[in-house]
Design a protein around this ligand. Structure first.
Ligand SMILES: Cc1cc2nc3c(=O)[nH]c(=O)nc-3n(C[C@H](O)[C@H](O)[C@H](O)COP(=O)(O)OP(=O)(O)OC[C@H]3O[C@@H](n4cnc5c(N)ncnc54)[C@H](O)[C@@H]3O)c2cc1C
Length: 555
């Protein structure tokens, strides 16, 4: 018999938006279930640039978006302190940047309330010696770096503490609508190979770049512009603050320090499908050239990994007078979608013949909480529930145990020095599995136990940062596969399959970067995996694989 579940609201999508909606619904006392087709943060939220925006990027052309960013920046820092590194940010004017941009930019910051402080060039260069000495001007803003994996785990765990439920590896295959009213959805439990029915009078479509695909299951079309952006992680943390070029937004104009690396990005190219994540060597070259403008010698560092994400930009002009739409200030667009507004819209699909279906589209990771609030306000109005939103005043603890805590033990922001200190304090030395990110055997075992049957090495990577450092899994992957086999008592073939999948996925992010030091590292990895362990060479596995990359690549 088919498993059935009952909820007041079904949320589709385990990105930042869906997880924010789940938390908000749960805090308002509604029975909510979130379903995600893969693991949490495997869509755009795990493939983003890592910047908790101050809003400075948007002040000149998209003031509404800038205002949302600065307001949410303050709230999110308080809500999930352990997911935020307070790097602050600099807007830097380099030779070639338009000097006429500076004045409207400063005015724009003042207009929306972004605190901005001019820093003497000499001071900026003293604080950040790697910065290009040709720097003309520098302004400090309250940008920060945000770990989306930690953020999402905290949101879901916070929701679960209030009765919410999250089902990963559950894909919505159909939405049931009868007489113009949503009745629920059919799910495919991808790990057990079973079908599940969820009865729910309200569905929130938070499927990001897949929102139109999900909408079509209920006969609704959502006009999205899918905008691909790429990022490249370098093995040097060149600066301890976020660098933004002080010019109109363009390609490769932001550098974000994340853990021990720096991430340069990004681009904006319209693509037809949410799975169009391929990266060409030219795109990588473009990022390295852009990095060189900020940091002379940028190219001398090793490019560790490249990945792409898809922005789900809402592409519906002239909607603001439609009463069914909460439209956060629509804006005009250019050829490549860069100037479609980065604000968001909540769509009520009652007028489309699907009463009870709401879609939340557009926005940014920085504004996920506000997006959730506006969505849940509409859901509550629809259900006649008067509970107010409280997410702006909650502080979510760092997960320490359970499915999302896994083997984590950090309380503050995840940083290598904290892990090192914890290791030194450990009463007994219990074996390092991933030396780059300092993941120990007990942590890994706890995360495997918590992940349950079917947990993949890639899931463990997202939980623990396993394999995300300079060797990209070259030395820890086979150890982790051995421990997975031991803990879950897997047949050897299953452990080898798990290892092959992980190595393939890691290799996808290396493929566009095979030159210099990175090529040497890849050859070393190849000889470990092929010659020592007899696995399919990653290059052949990756090029023969027909499957589109589903797993997140960030870091
Ligand atoms: C290159 C790039 C850089 C960016 N940088 C920044 C930045 O620095 N700062 C910032 O604030 N924002 C940034 N953004 C924007 C931000 O990342 C996105 O706006 C945000 O992550 C979108 O989150 P989401 O939850 O709406 O979508 P997603 O994270 O994509 O989540 C949607 C989820 O729905 C799931 N799903 C789809 N179909 C189904 C189905 N049928 N059944 C079940 N589940 C399903 C998917 O698997 C996916 O996990 C960036 C975006 C890109 C592309």
């Amino acid at each position: 018999m088919m498993r059935t579940l009952q909820a007041d609201v079904l949320v589709i999508g385990g990105g930042a938006t869906g997880a924010g909606v789940l938390l908000d619904l749960s805090l308002r006392g509604l029975r909510a279930i979130l379903v995600e087709q893969s693991d949490l943060a495997t869509g755009t939220s795990g493939r983003y640039h890592g910047l908790l925006h101050s809003g400075g990027r948007y002040v000149v052309r998209d003031a509404a978006s800038a205002q949302e960013c600065i307001e949410e920046n303050v709230i999110v820092r308080h809500m999930v302190p352990h997911a935020i590194e307070n790097t602050s940010g600099l807007f830097v004017a380099m030779p070639g940047d338009d000097p006429a941009y500076v004045e409207p930019w400063i005015k724009g910051c003042h207009a929306v309330g972004i605190p901005v402080e001019k820093i003497p060039v000499a001071e900026a260069l003293r604080e950040h010696p790697a910065l290009n000495p040709a720097l003309r001007e520098a302004y400090r803003v309250p940008d920060a770096s945000c770990d989306s994996f930690d953020l999402l785990h905290a949101l879901v765990e916070g929701a679960e503490a209030h009765g919410g439920q999250a089902l990963t590896y559950h894909r919505v295959s159909a939405i049931e609508v009868a007489g113009g009213q949503v009745k629920g959805a059919l799910l495919e439990d991808r790990r057990r190979g079973e079908s599940v029915r969820v009865h729910a009078p309200v569905i929130v479509n938070a499927a990001g770049p897949w929102a139109d695909e999900v909408g079509r299951m209920a006969g609704v079309h959502i006009p999205l512009r899918l905008s691909k952006g790429i990022m490249v992680a370098m093995n040097v943390r060149w600066v301890n603050t976020i660098l933004n070029r002080l010019d109109a937004p363009g390609d490769g104009d932001i550098l974000v320090p994340v853990g021990t690396v720096c991430v340069i990005g990004t681009t904006s190219v319209t693509v037809p499908r949410p799975t169009d994540l391929d990266i060409s060597p030219d795109e990588v070259t473009q990022m390295l050239d852009a990095g060189e403008v900020l940091i002379p010698g940028f190219r001398r560092a090793r490019a560790l990994r490249a990945w792409a994400g898809i922005r789900p930009l809402f592409d519906a002009p002239a909607i603001s007078h439609d009463p069914g739409v909460h439209d956060e200030h629509h804006q005009v667009q250019d050829e490549e979608g860069r100037w479609i507004t980065r604000t968001f819209s909540v769509l009520n699909h009652e007028k489309d013949g699907a009463r009870g279906l709401f879609s939340i589209v557009g926005g940014k990771l920085t504004t996920f909480r506000l997006m959730a609030e506006k969505t849940v306000d509409q859901v509550c109005a629809h259900l006649g529930v008067s509970a107010p939103c409280t997410t702006a005043s909650v502080e979510l603890p760092a997960p320490e145990a359970g499915p999302y805590g896994g083997g984590r033990r950090h309380r503050g922001y995840h940083a290598l020095p904290n892990r090192l200190a914890a290791l030194e304090d450990a009463p007994t030395h219990t074996g390092l599995i991933c030396e780059c990110e300092i993941v120990t055997r007990p942590e890994l075992e706890a995360a495997i136990e918590a992940g349950g049957a079917g947990v993949s090495l890639d899931d463990l990577r997202r939980d623990l940062r396993l394999g995300m450092g300079p060797c990209q899994g070259g030395f820890c992957a086979y150890r982790a596969a051995g421990i997975l086999q031991e803990v879950q008592k897997l047949p050897a073939e299953d452990a080898i399959r798990a290892l092959s999948r992980f190595v393939e996925e890691r290799f996808r992010g290396n493929r566009p970067l095979l030159w210099g030091h990175q090529l040497r590292q890849a050859l070393l990895d190849e000889s470990i995996f092929r010659r020592q362990l007899g696995l399919t060479p990653p290059a052949e596995a990756a090029s023969s694989s027909q499957e589109q990359p589903q797993e997140t690549s960030r870091g």
